[in-house]
Design a protein around this ligand. Structure first.
Ligand SMILES: C[S@@+](CC[C@H](N)C(=O)[O-])C[C@H]1O[C@@H](n2cnc3c(N)ncnc32)[C@H](O)[C@@H]1O
Length: 316
């Protein structure tokens, strides 16, 4: 699970051959290839996804990509495009190169774990590569029981389960959790030994308390805003405190808690403020942990704001 280090060979914007080799050595085929002012390119196994802001600069990017790809000898089946200039009007990915006859799914690897990707499920392919270092840290601490709120396709659940944890994945969408189960199967992890709860994360705590569930690791990685059932919309700045008050009593002493958000105004200090406030109300103590390294393929300042804490319930 070695983290690839930035390479001095990298051209501006593109990762270099040494970094590609480091990813290969760690069993990782999902990573950024390019980051620039107009967008970025991700490698997703044998497919590439170009997320681009401007139609004007796209042709030159694609020809640069072709030169770069053939210099490095990288095998590519398809190139998909996310037209960010059409955001809000369409969420479909466009195939710009490769055969239409290939299946709409593919698998790719991160640190030796496999994940199912879909190219026909709207803007998202089912995997957030910017959480790589947090998943690696979760595997390293080898939790026994993980609570994974806003689980999506259960990448944190798979990471913890691969290190021996029993995992509880909670997401509003039963369809997304089925995709999560598929990710468990892909890694020879039996979903029937884990929990997949299709519920509102804010309403799951009484159920977990009744079952006397306790966790030595929790992940809270919510969207900034999401429509909910029967008008119960989720808003991160409004609802994070309530979520923390639900999670804290379920934490074992010294439990690891990951907070993560893409809400732009918030930095890790804002997450710490919310956690400190909730701990004060719940009579718990917290200890912030040093952040895992920033992913070597992402520019500084990009990606979610994240914070790892240890929680000690029952302390003032
Ligand atoms: C940003 S994704 C989470 C990413 C995930 N942690 C990962 O790293 O792959 C947001 C997820 O929250 C779910 N969601 C939205 N509102 C929810 C709610 N009130 N309760 C539970 N899940 C919710 C969505 O269905 C979606 O799967």
């Amino acid at each position: 699970m070695a983290s690839p280090h930035p390479s001095s060979e990298a051209e501006p914007g593109w990762i270099g051959p040494a970094q590609i080799a480091a990813f290969a050595a760690s069993g990782t085929t999902i990573h950024r290839l390019f980051s620039g002012p107009d967008g970025w390119i991700e490698r997703l196994g044998r497919d590439l996804l170009v997320s681009w802001n401007s139609p004007g600069t796209l042709p030159s990017l694609l020809s640069e990509l072709e030169g770069w790809r053939s210099r490095l000898g990288l095998a590519v089946d398809r190139i998909f495009l996310r037209k960010r200039w059409e955001r809000g009007r369409t969420s479909r990915l466009t195939l710009v190169s490769g055969s239409r006859g290939l299946p709409p799914t593919a698998t790719a690897q991160e640190n030796g774990l496999s994940f199912l990707l879909r190219f026909d499920a709207g803007e998202s392919t089912g995997f957030f590569l910017d959480q790589r270092e947090n998943r690696a840290f979760l595997r390293k601490i080898k939790p026994r029981r993980l609570l994974n709120l806003f689980a999506y396709t259960c990448s944190f659940g798979v990471a913890a389960a691969s290190a021996g944890a029993c995992t509880w994945n909670v997401d509003l969408s039963p369809r997304i959790l089925e995709w999560g189960k598929e990710n468990y199967r892909l890694n020879s992890l039996d979903p029937s030994s884990h929990w997949f709860l299709a519920r509102d994360a804010r309403a799951v705590f009484p159920y977990l308390s009744r079952r006397r569930a306790r966790f030595d690791a929790c992940v809270i990685d919510p969207p900034t805003y999401a429509h909910g059932r029967r008008g119960a919309d989720f808003s991160l700045p409004r609802d994070l405190g309530e979520l923390l008050l639900g999670v804290l009593p379920l934490c074992e002493p010294g439990a690891h808690l990951l907070l993560s958000t893409n809400y732009r105004p918030w930095r890790p200090a804002d997450l710490l403020r919310e956690a400190a406030r909730a701990c004060h109300r719940a009579g718990a103590k917290l200890e912030p942990l040093p952040s895992p390294p920033h992913p070597a393929d992402l520019p500084e300042g990009s990606g979610p704001a994240t914070l790892w804490l240890r929680i000690f319930p029952g302390h003032r």
